[in-house]
Design a protein around this ligand. Structure first.
Ligand code: GLC
Length: 561
């Protein structure tokens, strides 16, 4: 495999609105991030991904962008951004931005001009489509509920609609329009010239459309079908767009790019993330994909830890056979906290967090840690639907109530699956509002902040934070680096509730065993080696010769000889 500058690094996702507030307005900002760079450096992460910080009406928390070449005043300004870039670089960290170009905000000047004049150049940047027989052009349901079609503002009396796969305030951009593509290359180059090392590329599969806008077979009683089903049908056309994007922007800058791409297959993995792929890597979103195969919370399954493991292992093998690099994750801003979502209830705690971290950090690929994961944040408890901010959770709540569920039942669904679970403020200390803000936080603060916070964990050698620090440092250890980065992945099946795999280096012969026990019962395992040494352990772990015993929640990484 050809070596790239970002191989072997560890990435960290910052959700800026909830990271650190420097000015007391209850919203995180760039100065807040700058004030925490020493912390991030002490964690050992190399690449910082910032969720969107562009001007936005925040209908979908900044994923609705009103101006691609600026910073929203709640976060600061372009000068603050330059300081952040400089200070991050000075600490050996790179910054990547969120590239959201499947859609913009309905407040973007392009959309306003387009609506004002349906014959303008900007009108061509969007999908303005005539209705069929007085109905919507087709029966696609948007990601957040309701049709993907909406009457064009100012043209409500006409039989013409615009497409939005996400909220109606997020009109889809028309990639089949060359001028629009030029605009995209220009904005990407704007940030590359500011020194960003690359991008996380949002919802990119949705940029291809079937321009005849056919109906698809309904997947629910509403007669509609999830817009994502259309993505899979049109995948063959995406290469032309993404190769051009790469050639015009990422490639000349040797950027690191990570795609938000679902439904990765044997065929598409090489195309998207192989040695000449459109992107450097793709997130492993396979557990979420299993959950979201169902359009509504009411039908989302509760994944077992074994289903989670199976997803991760299948992905590892898929990318390995394609000579590609995956980006393993436990959680992000769209998913509940992994500890609460994937682990059995007896591990919804600090030990569960350390166990999951141990499992994650030696997988093949470039791991992403989501803010708060490193201290073992669990789901936040919401007591009332009004405490939620996420438009998707609110829509699912409304639907559940309409379908006859009680308030408690509808709330329980949002509490389990809602995106706000992981969007609540970062927990820095036991001060009011967990030290996140001196004002009123925009989203409620996690119930356990008095004991679950960075400050408390700094001084505890056994805390999740210090465990993550050790794991990240181990990844960088020159004695292990080659195997962790380029070594072979091999699943090690030890039965239900046990997460285990091997990483092996064919050249040096080095073999690393990762093992974690989520079961109540302890596990005794004869490791397949003549000698074994523990590189890191957490929880109840005993190694006597080559006999390893793991208590409930115990996890270890061993070097086998
Ligand atoms: C991605 C983002 C998500 C957003 C959506 C629309 O999935 O991660 O937060 O709502 O795209 O931009």
């Amino acid at each position: 495999m050809e070596h790239k500058w970002w191989h072997g690094k560890t990435a960290y996702q910052i959700y800026p609105k909830s990271f650190c507030d420097s000015n007391g307005d209850g919203l995180g900002d760039l100065k807040g991030i700058i004030s925490k760079l020493d912390y991030l450096q002490s964690l050992g992460v190399d690449i910082l991904w910032l969720s969107p910080i562009y001007p936005s009406p925040f209908v979908d928390q900044g994923y609705d962008i009103a101006d691609y070449e600026n910073i929203d005043p709640i976060f600061g300004n372009l000068e603050d951004f330059d300081v952040l870039m400089r200070e991050a670089k000075a600490r050996g960290m790179d910054v990547i931005m969120d590239l959201v170009v499947n859609h913009c905000s309905s407040e973007h000047a392009w959309f306003k001009k387009a609506c004002a004049d349906l014959n303008s150049e900007e009108a061509g940047y969007f999908y303005f489509v005539k209705g069929k027989d007085g109905q919507f052009p087709n029966n696609l349901r948007s990601y957040f509920g309701g049709s993907v079609w909406e009457k064009i503002p100012g043209h409500e009396d006409e039989d013409i609609y615009y497409s939005h796969y996400f909220a109606k305030e997020q009109p889809d951009l028309n990639w089949y329009n060359e001028k629009l593509r030029e605009q995209v290359y220009k904005l990407v180059t704007f940030w590359l010239n500011k020194g960003v090392a690359g991008f996380r590329v949002d919802a990119i599969l949705s940029i291809v459309k079937d321009l005849s806008f056919p109906d698809l077979p309904p997947d629910d009683a509403d007669g509609m079908t999830h817009a994502a089903k259309m993505n899979a049908r049109n995948l063959s056309q995406i290469g032309q767009f993404l190769n051009e994007l790469k050639a015009r922007t990422f490639a000349p800058h040797d950027s690191f790019t990570v795609g938000e791409v679902l439904t990765v297959t044997k065929e598409s993995v090489t195309e998207f993330a192989g040695p000449n792929g459109y992107f450097s890597t793709l997130f492993d979103l396979s557990p979420r994909e299993l959950v979201e195969a169902n359009p509504h919370y009411r039908d989302y399954p509760n994944l077992t830890v074994d289903q989670f493991k199976e997803c991760v292992f299948n992905t590892q093998e898929l990318y390995q056979q394609a000579d590609a690099f995956v980006a393993p994750i436990i959680e992000n801003h769209d998913e509940p906290r992994g500890v609460s979502y994937y682990l059995p209830e007896h591990l919804h705690n600090a030990q569960g967090a350390k166990l999951l971290g141990t499992f994650l950090m030696f997988l093949r690929g470039i791991p992403f840690i989501y803010q708060g994961q490193e201290i073992g944040m669990t789901n936040t408890k919401f007591e009332h639907i009004d405490e939620f901010n996420d438009l998707f959770a609110k829509e699912e709540y409304r639907l559940s109530r309409e379908e006859g569920k009680s308030e408690q039942e509808a709330l329980a669904l949002c509490a389990r699956h809602g995106r706000d679970n992981a969007r609540t403020p970062m927990l820095w200390s036991d001060e009011p509002n967990a030290g996140f803000t001196t004002g009123t936080p925009w989203l409620r603060v996690h119930q356990d902040y008095k004991t679950l916070n960075v400050k408390a964990q700094e001084s505890d050698p056994l805390s999740p934070l210090n465990h993550y620090r050790k794991l990240i440092a181990l990844r960088k250890d020159p004695k292990l680096h080659e195997t962790v980065t380029y070594g072979n992945f091999e699943r090690n099946e030890l039965g239900a509730g046990v997460l285990s795999y091997l990483r092996t280096n064919q050249e040096s012969g080095q073999r690393l065993l990762v093992i974690a026990n989520t079961n109540h019962e302890s596990l005794t395992y004869q490791v397949p080696a003549s000698e074994a040494c523990a590189l890191i352990t957490t929880g109840e772990v005993e190694l006597q010769g080559t006999t390893l015993t793991l208590g409930c929640g115990g996890a270890a990484i061993l070097e086998l000889k």
